[in-house]
Ligand binder design. Structure first.
Ligand code: HPA
Length: 318
């Protein structure tokens, strides 16, 4: 689980970055982009060319958090995306709900900074709160609501790491506009059809691991969120603190349920059997298997989109 150490994060991250650099061939020592693959999106690693490619289990890297959740492998994969752009992929990430601190969840971002990364792409599976979103849709995140952060469960709490950034980093334009323009261009090039459209929206971070109640979904929607999920935001905050430009993409794996739960004496329940009542309550209920399955089937679109986006950003002529 969480690696405990009292060393400042700069020292820990420096040690992890040196560990990786010593084991990487010259061409992969200075990756241009880091990509965090969310639930079911690890297939992106297969788009990296075979040679050169170097993989590290998180467990082997100093201070890296160890994962505990089913469906999330834990490895760092270095390789050339499109055969050209040196990249590092995180296949599986640590979540706060596993018991990791927000400091540990965001530790890899600081290691990336010390490897020289200046752009990051984060992906995740999320619940759709915006009624226009369908399961399988892709949403480019353009803002977030970090309720836990506002309440003080925040990765930058404590003495500021001056080596990484300012005490009070602004987040009003956290999701890079220029990079988002590249994603729209990439979408039009490799996916755009009349039927599917690339959404943009606001992501609300929740601690998990339980999925939200109906009342919580209504509250988050009223607060202005389009998506809800259990990751990404802490990493975004730490990336922005150290000046990394970020893109974040959600795959909608389930739609939130808003309809209030019926009263026990509601008219519509009259004469219904327990089986019928159960079936009614199953409608729209989120479950982890469904989230993984939706991730698997829509993942190829997301992969194509990311590969083309990276090409647009780093090799504009391709
Ligand atoms: N809520 C929170 N996290 C999620 C969801 C959800 O509905 N779907 C996928 N991750």
């Amino acid at each position: 689980m969480a690696p405990s150490s009292n060393l400042p994060s700069f020292q820990r991250a420096s040690e992890a970055a040196s560990f990786l650099k010593e084991r990487l061939p010259e061409i992969l020592k200075a990756p241009r982009v880091a990509i965090v693959c969310g639930s079911g999106l690890g297939g992106l690693a297969s788009t990296l060319h075979e040679l050169p490619r170097v993989e590290f289990d998180y467990a082997s890297i100093p201070y890296f958090p160890k994962l505990t959740v089913a469906g999330h492998a834990g490895k760092l994969v270095f390789g050339l995306l499109n055969g050209q752009v040196p990249a590092v992929l995180m296949v599986g990430r640590a979540h706060y709900y596993e018991g990791h601190s927000v400091d540990d969840v965001t530790f890899p971002v600081r290691v990336f900074k010390l490897l020289g990364i200046d752009s990051m792409i984060l992906t995740n599976a999320a619940g759709g709160l915006n009624p226009d979103y369908m399961v399988g849709d892709v949403v480019l995140i353009n803002d977030h609501i970090f309720l836990a952060g506002l309440a003080g469960i925040h990765p930058l709490r404590g003495p500021n790491s001056e080596e990484f950034g300012l005490r009070f980093p602004p987040l009003s334009d956290a999701y890079d506009l220029e990079l988002r323009r590249h994603v729209h261009q990439a979408w039009n090039r490799v996916i755009g059809t009349d039927k599917s459209k690339l959404h943009e929206g606001v992501y609300a971070f929740v601690g998990g691991p339980s999925y939200e109640t109906r009342a919580e979904c209504r509250m988050l929607r009223q607060l202005g969120a389009d998506l809800v999920g259990m990751s990404t935001v802490p990493e975004i905050v730490v990336a922005r603190h150290c000046g990394i430009r970020v893109l974040a993409l959600s795959l909608v794996t389930n739609k939130a349920v808003f309809a209030p739960i019926p009263r026990g004496d509601a008219h519509i329940l009259q004469g219904k059997s327990m089986t019928e009542l159960d079936a009614m309550l199953q409608e729209g209920k989120a479950n982890h298997e469904e989230v993984l399955e939706a991730g698997r089937s829509a993942a190829t679109n997301m992969q194509k989109l990311i590969v083309q986006t990276v090409a647009n950003i780093f090799n504009p002529s391709s």
